[in-house]
Design a protein around this ligand. Structure first.
Ligand code: SF4
Length: 311
């Protein structure tokens, strides 16, 4: 099994995305109620070399070598925590662009470190940055994102603004709505004003579409979603449907499946579509892994998700 490379996974925002985990564990400055990686085990705002950049690059080179002619839509830095916490972020981005200049490099971030000019500088060579900002109301921020002590959402928003001014690539902002927590009128009005001055390409409004750290979370009602969509002039980002399973006909392997669902719960269709494996073979392997209790199968909104997590 690879330590840091996983997927590709299907992403509604990035297409078929080859994931690179820059932490190697659930290390994050937040502990969001909806986190699909499960509860954060190390909550920190301290930057360190959490994952070895040499191993990361070697894994990527091997994958590209083994999968020539099978280019994902993006290479994405993300994984089980906040990638900007890795002190080697800038070097890793530069080196990936040297190894594979043609595949757009994306970075997922919760925005918490964008107030640091050094982090903003390190992100400069990425092609796409996908920051999240769920709320501008401090009480909602604490309840939903459960950040490290002392983090202030207004300061984070200022960091995001500064980043957007300096960055020349694409910025796709994400807001995830959880009913009764951050779908308030106060938040909607604050975010609407904030977006007017934010230099960004697009805002994606999303709702929980797969099992998260807290299964009891629900999606906002139709009326609330409509109100937000109208205020933000944005459609709802769809869940990854995983259409076209197995079209590339690659052989499924236990390690590739395990690496992928370790970071993100997925349905059979999503796995096959992203990995390019045949449904029958992948399904048989998943059944076996479930029987051996190496993988869990969870029902969520009439779909069956496979995961390694104890949600
Ligand atoms: S959802 Fe993202 S920001 Fe929130 S705890 Fe998980 S990895 Fe961290």
């Amino acid at each position: 099994m690879a330590d840091y490379l996983f997927g590709p996974v299907m992403s509604s925002r990035l297409g078929r995305s080859l994931g690179i985990d820059l932490l190697g564990d659930r290390i994050c400055s937040f502990d969001c109620l909806y986190c699909e990686s499960g509860p954060t085990t190390q909550k920190t705002i301290v930057r360190r070399e959490y994952a070895d950049s040499g191993i990361i690059l070697a894994e990527l080179e091997k994958w590209l070598n083994d999968n020539q002619g099978d280019k994902p839509d993006h290479i994405t830095l993300g994984g089980e925590g906040e990638p900007c916490l890795n002190l080697q972020l800038g070097k890793i981005i530069r080196d990936i662009k040297k190894i594979e200049p043609d595949i757009p490099l994306a970075v997922l971030t919760n925005s918490s470190l964008l107030g640091d000019p050094q982090v903003r500088k390190e992100l400069r060579n990425a092609d796409v940055v996908l920051p999240s900002l769920d709320t501008l109301v401090q009480e909602e921020f604490i309840r939903l994102n459960r950040p490290c002590a002392g983090l202030d959402i207004q300061e984070i928003a200022r960091g995001l603004e500064a980043f957007c001014k300096e960055f020349s690539g694409r910025v796709l902002l994400e807001i995830l709505l959880v009913p009764g927590i951050n779908d308030s009128r106060e938040n909607m009005e604050k975010i609407t004003v904030f977006l007017k001055n934010l230099d960004h390409e697009r805002v994606d409004l999303s709702v929980m579409s797969r099992p998260g750290a807290h299964m009891q979370l629900k999606t906002p009602d139709h009326e609330t979603l409509h109100r937000w969509q109208k205020a933000l002039h944005t459609p709802l980002t769809g869940a990854e449907t995983g259409t076209g399973p197995g079209t590339r006909g690659r052989a499924a392997s236990v390690s590739t499946i395990m690496d992928s669902i370790r970071r993100r719960p997925q349905t059979l269709e999503q796995l096959c579509s992203a990995l390019g494996t045949a449904p029958e073979e992948t399904s048989a392997m998943l059944d076996e892994l479930v029987q051996e209790q190496k993988v869990r199968a969870l029902g969520h909104r009439k779909e069956k998700f496979y995961t390694l997590k104890e949600f």
